[in-house]
Ligand binder design. Structure first.
Ligand code: BYC
Length: 330
């Protein structure tokens, strides 16, 4: 926090002085300063952050499922070790994000309850099945690639704890994306069957990856406000275009094609044009009608219930440890 006036600590006795605080908050955002947990912030800013960070955290932990599906069937020890490390990283990302959300006054328990009750979303992408081993590569290349494109700007998000969590997450996502690319390259250069498997996976994951960036700008309910608050730095369509532009040459190097006959370089725009996205499918997935929505939530609820004893044991251990520390101090 740089300027004292811009960063007033919020307290009950200060209610009524919101206008001054609001001006200071707006000035801090305009000056590209970070807002920190103890700073005054508009209720709607806090609610928007909780919504986005919760959705992001839930995506990380639900995102473990489609990939974990292949851990036992990885084709070599090396691939298995890499995949296990990646899936563990996703759990870690979830934890950084739940912790960052806790700084806004919401507990991890509360957010998980909302996820399990279907009251908070997670990314549409994780409602698609991983049918073959090549899907692990396609997720790494496309899904992690889309995640990085979307998340690198979040390292400059106005809310400090979220921005700082994103720095480490992006470094790890970058490794994930490269392992996916390397996996697909190995398959693409392998037998004709392996090449066909890689192509099939790319065909199935391409369009859902483009949907990860959210609805088109003119239908994005939150973008304008989130960009004013510098939570988001770019619009959904801008980031989607950036992702397409990155992927086309990479697909060529992989020796694979992208399943879009309208994909072509536009000299005037200096971008690739691409075909229409099936927003009906996106809306259906968000409504819970994607191929795996039910399976993902059922598995998540079951994992939570089965993990109850771990949480109880950890709480008992912490209480015992606190007792011992207390006794030693007394
Ligand atoms: N899926 O006004 P909009 C990862 C919702 S990567 C589901 O544009 P916003 C990972 C949106 O929440 C994935 N819902 O919203 C990678 C809103 O509904 P509510 C996670 C979506 O927030 C590899 C409504 O549609 N990444 O974790 O301004 C392995 C209107 O949208 C989606 C993040 O979460 C979607 N694709 O922009 C493992 C990144 N798109 O909330 C894990 C952080 C939109 O009003 N999040 N909706 O009910 C963001 O950057 C933004 O939240 C979004 C959406 C760009 C996704």
């Amino acid at each position: 926090m740089a300027t004292a006036a811009a960063h007033q600590t919020y307290g009950a006795e200060e209610a009524g002085a919101d206008t001054t605080y609001e001006r200071a908050f707006d000035a801090a955002v305009a000056a590209d300063e970070r807002i920190e947990p103890r700073d005054w912030m508009p209720d709607a800013y806090r609610a928007t952050l909780v919504r986005q960070m919760a959705q992001h955290a839930h995506s990380e932990i639900i995102g473990m499922q489609p990939e974990a599906n292949w851990i036992t069937r990885a084709p070599s020890l090396r691939r298995k070790a890499i995949l296990m490390a990646k899936v563990q990283d996703e759990a870690g990302h979830g934890l950084y994000l739940y912790s960052a959300a806790e700084t806004l006054g919401t507990s991890r328990e509360e957010l998980l309850d909302k996820l399990h009750a279907g009251r908070q979303k997670y990314s549409s992408i994780f409602n698609y099945p991983t049918l073959t081993w090549a899907d692990v590569g396609a997720i790494g290349w496309l899904v992690d690639g889309a995640a990085i494109t979307n998340q690198v700007p979040l390292c400059r998000c106005s809310y400090g704890p979220y921005a700082r969590a994103m720095v480490r997450i992006c470094k790890e996502e970058s490794f994930h994306q490269r392992q996916g690319y390397e996996l697909l390259l190995a398959l693409s250069r392998g037998t004709p069957e392996q090449h066909a498997m890689a192509q099939d996976a790319v065909d199935r994951w391409w369009w859902p990856s483009l949907m990860m960036f959210g609805p088109p700008d003119d239908e994005s309910a939150h973008s304008a406000q989130s960009m004013t608050w510098k939570i988001k730095r770019h619009s959904n369509d801008e980031l989607r275009q950036r992702f397409v532009d990155i992927c086309v040459p990479q697909a060529e190097s992989l020796g694979l094609t992208l399943p879009d006959p309208d994909l072509k370089w536009n000299e005037e725009r200096q971008h690739y044009d691409f075909g229409p996205i099936d927003w009906t499918e996106f809306k259906e997935v968000l409504k819970g009608n994607g191929p795996c929505n039910e399976q993902r939530l059922t598995q998540r609820r079951r994992a939570h219930e089965e993990g109850a004893w771990v949480r109880e044991a950890a709480a008992a251990y912490a209480a015992k440890h606190n007792d011992t520390t207390g006794a030693m101090q007394a």
